[in-house]
Structure formats: C-alpha cells, structure tokens
Design a protein around this ligand. Structure first.
Ligand SMILES: *[C@@H]1O[C@H](CO)[C@@H](O)[C@H](O)[C@H]1NC(C)=O
Ligand SMILES: *[C@@H]1O[C@H](CO)[C@@H](O)[C@H](O)[C@H]1NC(C)=O
Ligand SMILES: *[C@@H]1O[C@H](CO)[C@@H](O)[C@H](O)[C@H]1NC(C)=O
Ligand SMILES: [Zn+2]
Length: 321
C-alpha cells in the first residue's frame, strides 16, 4: 500500500506538469480498496456534479441540428505525433503544435496537446470509459485539446478550457485495411515502453487521421464534463463519437500485455485503467445526428417486413388471406 501511495503522487505530477493543486498529497489508483475510484471523492473536484465519464442513455439524448460535424485541421499530418510514454496509468503521446479543432458549440479554436488511451484486460474485458446504453467498448482514445492554445494548467481554470474527443476502439475480427495497419504499427511501439517512465519517439509513423480511420465526424454526443482522473477538474467539453474504430483483436490484447504500471519490467500489468461511469445529475447530453426513438424502430421494421412479404407473395401470383 505504501508503495502504491507514492506512485499515486508521482502520477499526478507526471500527468499535469506545472499544475498547482491544493489537494496533492491524496493518492489514487484504479484497483485497490485504499485508493480505487470510490475513494477519489475526497480528491479535488471528483465529488462534483459535472463528472465524467457517463453512460450515454440514447433514449434521453437531445438532438441538436445546429451542432454539425466537428472540424479538424492538420490531423492528417504524419509529423505531429512525437513521443509515446508510459505514465504508469496510461500511454500518452505528445503532439506538436498545429492540430486544430473547431465546430458549433465550441467557444473558440482548440489545439490538440496529447492523446492517451483507456483499456480493460484484453478483448473479453472491455475498458472504454464512456458507455452507450450500458455497453462498454474494448478501449477509448482521448484527444485532449486546450482552448486558444492555453497551457494545461491555465485550461484547468476555465470551465470550457478543454475539449476532448473520445473515440471508442473495438476489437473486431473483420478489422482490415489502412486503419487496422495504422493501429498495428502504433501498438508495436508498446514493447519499447513496458516500464513506467519509459518513452519512445514515434518518428512520424502514423497520423491522428490514420488512427481515426473513417469515423464519421458528424455523429457524436456532446456534454459538459470533467477530467476522468483526479483531480477531476470540471473543465471539459466532451465530444464522444458514436461509431467505434474497429481494430484487430491482437491490438487490444497488446495494451495490457505490454504495459506495466511500475518501473519494473516484471511489475504488474497496467489494466482496467478506466473510471466507472458517474451520475449525470441535471446535465443534458446533446446528439449531433438524428436517431429514431427506440420505440418507433420495431414498428418501422415490421411494416417493412409486411411490405416485403406482400411483394414477395404477389410475385408468386397469389395474395395472403
Ligand atoms: C431519462 O431522464 C429522466 C429525466 O432526467 C430520468 O428520470 C430517467 O431516469 C432517464 N432515463 C434513463 C433510461 O436514464
Ligand atoms: C444547440 O447547439 C448550439 C451550439 O452549441 C447551442 O447554441 C444551442 O443552444 C443548442 N440548442 C439546444 C436546443 O440545446
Ligand atoms: C502554443 O503554446 C506553446 C506552449 O505554450 C507555445 O510554445 C507555442 O508557440 C504556441 N503556439 C501557437 C501557435 O501559439
Ligand atoms: Zn482519458
């Protein structure tokens, strides 16, 4: 336990260099009675009413036709992914300046700073942070942006200081082609950063666009939330994309297999680094695309089936009675 406490303090410092926290001295972890998520309520803002992640209940989301697609610039550039590091709680990739995010509902231009991932324990134990109607996907990728190129510590002082794009990443035997190859090449680097504190230069092997694949940027959920790690600052405009990125099963297995949570190459595997979903309280989740209410769907497909049956039977030359 003592060891874990020290690691927790280190993690805070590593994650947010330069940030000033009154609450530092607390410690946290993903698994453990003394430091797991239920204990985070005593840290920073983690007991607030605008926390992330959440379970997105699609029957309760509100369609907003003015949201439109998020607009990205520079994401196809292969030279933007710099250093990939093992922080002991995630795999983090530094981004060079110039990856810009705008769109309706975002009060400014946001610049991407880092990406990182959350995962479970292999394809059978999913570990995305957000859920859709209770469904958890294999992994979740977060692209963290600050408003008007603020530093991370300045962005923590602004209720709309961060915009995070969340992408579900799903293990699939049918994942093939360019996106699958990009994830294979990206995850090969994990072998070189097994130990906490180690890093490796990605040398322009992939772009963010390569990793995002053909994700439809016009289909996402939007809500106000927080960082999903202590101090859980309530400063994030979330956009969580509806359609998962499909990746080969071995890519999903690679994360917990390679990455250790301590600086020993035989230390515990880093797994299940996701926070449980948090209460929505009085927030509304907006959705950028029109989705039929669930109750209407069976009726529509029944009608279609009847018409098809009718046409089929007519073609055979007689009518059902
Ligand atoms: C939908 O929202 C209403 C009002 O906030 C709430 O009472 C209800 O439990 C929600 N439904 C689900 C399925 O979460
Ligand atoms: C729809 O989104 C726009 C942009 O964020 C916002 O200004 C507007 O208030 C939203 N409309 C509703 C009905 O929520
Ligand atoms: C963004 O901020 C970084 C770090 O503060 C700074 O080095 C860089 O010049 C800024 N970029 C732009 C385009 O303002
Ligand atoms: Zn995250």
């Amino acid at each position: 336990m003592a060891l874990t406490r020290v690691q927790g303090i280190f993690t805070l410092v590593l994650l947010l260099p330069g940030a000033c926290y009154a609450a530092v001295g607390g410690s946290w972890c993903y698994v453990g009675e003394m430091c797991g998520p239920p204990t985070w309520v005593s840290l920073g803002h983690c007991a607030g009413k605008r926390q992330s992640p959440i379970d997105i209940v699609t029957a309760n989301v509100s369609f907003n036709s003015t949201l439109g697609p998020v607009i990205l610039s520079g994401y196809g550039d292969h030279k933007k992914l710099r250093d990939m590091s093992n922080t002991g709680i995630t795999v983090d990739v530094d981004l060079k300046d110039g990856l810009l995010l705008t769109g309706n509902g975002l009060p400014g231009t946001y610049m991407a700073k880092t990406i990182h991932l959350h995962w479970g324990n292999g394809p059978a134990n999913p570990g995305s942070e957000h859920c859709i109607d209770g469904k958890r996907y294999s992994m979740e990728m977060h692209i963290v942006h600050t408003r008007d190129n603020m530093s991370l510590s300045d962005a923590m002082q602004d209720p709309q200081g961060l915009a995070v794009l969340g992408f579900f990443v799903q293990a699939s035997d049918s994942a093939k082609g360019k996106t699958a190859k990009a994830w294979e090449s990206f995850s090969k680097n994990l072998q070189r950063i097994a130990k906490k504190g180690s890093d490796t230069d990605l040398q322009g092997a992939v772009s963010l666009q390569d990793l995002m694949g053909s994700t439809n940027l016009a289909r996402y959920y939007r809500y106000s939330g927080s960082l999903t790690t202590p101090n859980c600052d309530e400063v994030v405009i979330w956009s969580v994309f509806a359609d998962p990125i499909l990746v080969p099963t071995k890519v999903v297995a690679f994360f917990p297999f390679n990455i250790r949570s301590t600086d020993s190459s035989v230390g515990p595997h880093l797994e299940n680094n996701f926070r449980p979903t948090q209460p929505i309280h009085d927030r509304m989740v907006e959705v950028s695309f029109f989705a039929k209410p669930r109750s209407a769907a069976p009726q529509a497909s029944q009608t279609t089936a009847l018409i098809l049956l009718f046409l089929g039977v007519s073609a055979l030359g007689f009518l059902p009675v």
